[in-house]
Design a protein around this ligand. Structure first.
Ligand code: ADP
Ligand code: MG
Ligand code: MG
Length: 209
């Protein structure tokens, strides 16, 4: 997977976020402040807009770092620094390699999760994006151990993220704005978990070619 692959992932992510922006905002209106779709739409549009400025011989790591920087600077709310920081951490993990195999991509996804947890201090079950991303990274690594190709690993990640997001519904939020609601956060899907599903679906789509 080369720089063009990663640019394609980001473009697909921006498309899926735009298409689902109203749903993300609706989820956030129920247990937050109703800006998640707007925040991510702005952030991922900025990430895509930053891509043409990269040199033709850029590498995957630089693509993710540039996207992460754009998201941090353009996205309001908790999700901006969390997703932007995650992409930067993933980009750093990829280093200067011009081509990335499925194992390196798995390590980058693990670094993204570590970045989110390092910054936000959310554990599994706190009803955040971690509840979708952690099982996605686990599933990716499991598929990798079964010698899955990038498409199989990314598909496993996308499916696990979707299950993880649905599993946030009965949980009480312990991090972010939703935690201010206490038990009233129960019964709603976490918007950040829902957007993580889109990011993993975009990766699976990009890997399927
Ligand atoms: P804000 O809540 O500041 O308006 P967003 O609406 O863009 O920001 O994002 C909300 C999402 O961010 C939540 O649904 C949750 O998934 C995620 N989130 C919030 N705080 C944390 C945290 N400490 N760790 C991980 N994810 C978090
Ligand atoms: Mg919000
Ligand atoms: Mg907000």
């Amino acid at each position: 997977m080369d720089a063009a692959f990663f640019a394609g992932w980001l473009r697909r992510a921006a498309e899926l976020i735009e298409a689902d922006s109203e749903r993300l905002t609706r989820l956030d209106a129920a247990i937050g402040d109703g800006d998640h779709g707007l925040n991510l739409n702005r952030g991922f549009s900025a990430a895509v807009a930053a891509l043409p400025a990269l040199p033709d011989d850029t590498v995957p790591g630089k693509v993710l770092i540039a996207a992460g920087r754009a998201i941090v600077s353009k996205t309001g709310g908790a999700s901006g620094p969390l997703y932007g920081g995650a992409l930067r951490a993933a980009g750093k993990a990829l280093g200067d390699a011009p081509d990335v195999d499925e194992a390196a991509l798995g390590a980058a996804l693990r670094a993204a999760l570590d970045g989110i947890q390092g910054l936000g201090q959310a554990a599994m079950g706190d009803k955040t994006m971690v509840d979708a991303l952690a099982p996605a990274v686990d599933a990716y690594e499991q598929a990798l151990r079964r010698h899955g190709d990038p498409a199989a690993c990314a598909e496993a990640a996308a499916e696990a993220a979707a299950h993880g997001a649905v599993a946030t519904v009965p949980l009480q939020a312990r991090k972010g704005r939703a935690s201010y609601l206490g038990t009233r956060s129960i019964g709603h899907e976490d918007p950040g978990a829902a957007s993580t599903v889109l990011l993993m679906r975009a990766l699976a789509d990009a890997a399927a070619g």
